[in-house]
Design a protein around this ligand. Sequence first.
Ligand SMILES: [Zn+2]
Length: 613
Amino acid sequence: MRPTPKCVTLIAQQPRSRSREEGDEALKFNRFPARHMSAVWKCVLATGFVGVFADTAAAQTSGFYYQNTISHFWLLMIAIGAAFWLAGLSWIGRDAEPVREPVGLWTLLFFSVGVFSWCVAWLVRFPILSAIIYMTLVGGTYFLYVAIRNAKVVYEDKVWTSHHLYGVYRDALSAMGVRAYTKAAEGKSKRETTQVPVALVGHDGSRQEAEGDTRGGSALQAVKYLVYEAVQNRVTDIHLEPKGSSVAVRYRIDGILHNTEPLPKDLGNSAISAIKVLGAMDISEKRRPQDGSFSAELPGKIIDLRVATNPSVQGERMMMRLLDRTQGLIAMENLGLTKRMQDEMGKFAASPNGMLIATGPTGHGKTTSLYALLNRIDAFQRNIVTVEDPIEYHLDNISQTPINVKAGITFAGTLRSMLRQDPDVILIGEIRDSETATIAMQAAMTGHLVITTIHTPDASSAVFRLLDLGIEPYLISSAVTHVTSQRLVRVLCNNCKAPYRPNKSFLEKAGLPADKIEVLYKSVGCERCQGTGFYGRIGVFELLVMNDELRDIIKTNPSVTEVYRAARKTGMRTLEEDGLLKVARGITSVKELLRVTRGEKTQAAGNSQQEGD
Ligand SMILES: [Zn+2]
């Protein structure tokens, strides 16, 4: 453990007038400048060293120091140059790892360029020329690093942007005890004062009425406004992240995180506390991740909010996932399935037994598709049960059970007791362990229709995931009848999408009929789509239908390539092929499809800690 720097101890000892909680905040906040102290000291020492060296060397060398004496101005310039180099070196050392750049390589490069530049500058006769050479080489390397790391991170983590510089200025002011005014802090934020038709219902059933209810003050008002704003903008997740002197608010719309106006630090922190109270979470616990939930009532809508917190260096981060309880199911015709896939799914829904596994990453609409399928099954004629974590859609005439691992209600346990209720159709939220997998397989083989999900990238690998879980090959080959894989791609905004003439060779490479396709579309951005160029999402699918050849391969000698080859023989289209058909029809763009299928994930998407689907 590193010893606590002195300044932190001092700050920690002085919270006399503050409550304990605020003392904690101050501690976290001030640790930042403290961490930079070591870099500052290094720079001061190095500057002194360079100064002394320059003075003694001045008399003997023949280059820059030929003049025998060195003016104070150039001594200062040397100090600044050295400080910049060392501060840069120290920053790159700390920054490279989180942005996944090779730390050693960059440190070595920046160090060597620095040493080289010092030598060159030393030998050149003219101080101005020395300064120019030095700044070009050292500054060039530095900004090359900045450009490369900036390209990899989301806007608000970029450095040397106006946003970043303003943040540095604001933090510097705060560190000096000056209250910095941000746009959001001028007077009161609209989120704090505007009355919105939102009633909050806590986990324990306590109600916070929509209008005129001022209990809880501005923090709860802000929470209501956030929920309201989110629902208006088709937001699926709200992220609250403490950053310096504010709390960043980010909304996930169509799968992509967007920054919005931040909350002032005080209001943001009290909003986070208010949400923890609503979600029946431990308000004093800030160092361990926690889960909770509450709901919000809007005119004609009930929104369930699943809350998760996560500690971070800057404070407690909070993620909320919004689930519209009143939202209707999407019809199978609107999911994005081709006619052939719809027919196959319809056949599955009508059969008495079998097992359909939906695969794909979280947040890509597996549950929505499974419910569309479930909705095809006559709930009056057949007994449908579900076991889920959490329940995302509420359906009439079926029995839905939520999982609560903490309370000992597991998938496997619930499934066992459910099988005693003689169900015809069973939906299992997710297969995560071999026990659940085994029960599901056996149910599928004993006259039940089983629908479930597995977390794998494509349809063929679901088989191997099951083998990894220790399921016998013969069980897999006899139980599983259909495997789907899906991704959600954003749909081009109809208001602003722009046609262009595609390159012939591109079309040929993509396997599209080059002579038939005149135009493709790309995203532009307008007011309707808030400048993103996209509005809503649609699925692209891969559907593997089990046949005898596939069953034999799985039973005898399953290998990824063999399964894939046999599946292709059945006419399975890959995700990308299915997506290209949607590109050809102008539903989405090539770029968007590649972003989703080739996993060119934006950093923003990777940041999310809590994503359901
Ligand atoms: Zn648009």
